[in-house]
Design a protein around this ligand. Structure first.
Ligand code: SF4
Length: 245
């Protein structure tokens, strides 16, 4: 069984995207291959993983890292027994760095009836291809050059083509710095793969020097996206409103 450095495991409400509000078990894996300007997530490796004592209690015990996949599968089964759960969300960091670990945990919990949900930055398409069959739902980011300082569109396109046909949606975080040109390039990229792919525009939660986009800008971007894609929704992060993890 594979092992991985895990930051935290807890049960909470999905606060973003298509499955907003669903009860999920979150497995936050360490490490990321990107460095986004708006990142507010702790993905640095730690000696201990924080594991909720009871699903949703927000009280934690420490487990020594790295955790093995069997150990994490047992924690997931315990939480799923305590609270009916829609999906296990593998998040990060970039969870696909630990694709073998996701594969092994997914295999160990596959009879639990809980879906496997992947939250990814949409760049590691080779890794995704190896576990695509084990993943039910994909939440894939497209990172705009204004937040990442480089153009990742060719990686995103390859990822989209591998994930096409799954329960897939794309999320673009919109900031005050987002330019119409980069946004329209991202829309073209999605529409060339499949106009039916759901696009979520997520207004950034301001952090550090990153400022919010105006309401008018968000509406204009949604209008432009709707000219090329069938389903474009504006959904902010909501878990922070109600103070859950
Ligand atoms: S991909 Fe996600 S975890 Fe990685 S730096 Fe960007 S926002 Fe943070």
């Amino acid at each position: 069984m594979s092992k991985a450095n895990v930051i935290e495991i807890f049960s909470s409400v999905q606060g973003e995207g298509k499955y907003l509000g669903c009860r999920q078990i979150f497995v936050r894996l360490a490490d990321c291959n990107l460095n986004c300007a708006y990142c507010d997530t702790n993905f640095i490796r730690a000696d201990f993983c924080k594991v909720e004592t009871v699903a949703g209690a927000m009280i934690f015990r420490n487990e020594k890292n790295p955790l093995d996949a069997t150990q994490v599968a047992e924690i997931i089964k315990q939480f799923a027994d305590e609270v009916p759960t829609q999906a296990i969300s593998f998040t990060g960091g970039e969870p696909l760095i630990h694709w073998q670990f996701i594969r092994d945990v997914a295999s160990a919990v596959k009879n639990s009836g809980v879906k496997i949900f992947l939250e990814t930055n949409g760049t590691l398409y080779n890794e995704f291809e190896k576990i695509s069959g084990a993943v039910d739902i994909v939440s894939m980011d497209i990172k705009l050059p204004s937040v990442i300082g480089q153009n990742l569109f060719s990686l995103h396109e390859k990822f989209l083509r591998v994930a096409q046909g799954k329960d897939l949606y794309v999320k673009i975080v919109v900031t005050g710095e987002t330019t119409p040109e980069e946004f329209l390039s991202a829309i073209d990229l999605i529409s060339q793969v499949d106009k039916e792919i759901l696009l979520i525009l997520q207004p950034v939660t301001p952090v550090g020097k990153i400022c919010a986009a105006s309401a008018g800008k968000i509406l204009n971007l949604q209008t432009a996206a709707l000219r090329k894609l069938k389903n474009v929704r504006v959904i902010p992060q909501t878990h922070k409103f109600i103070n859950v993890l």
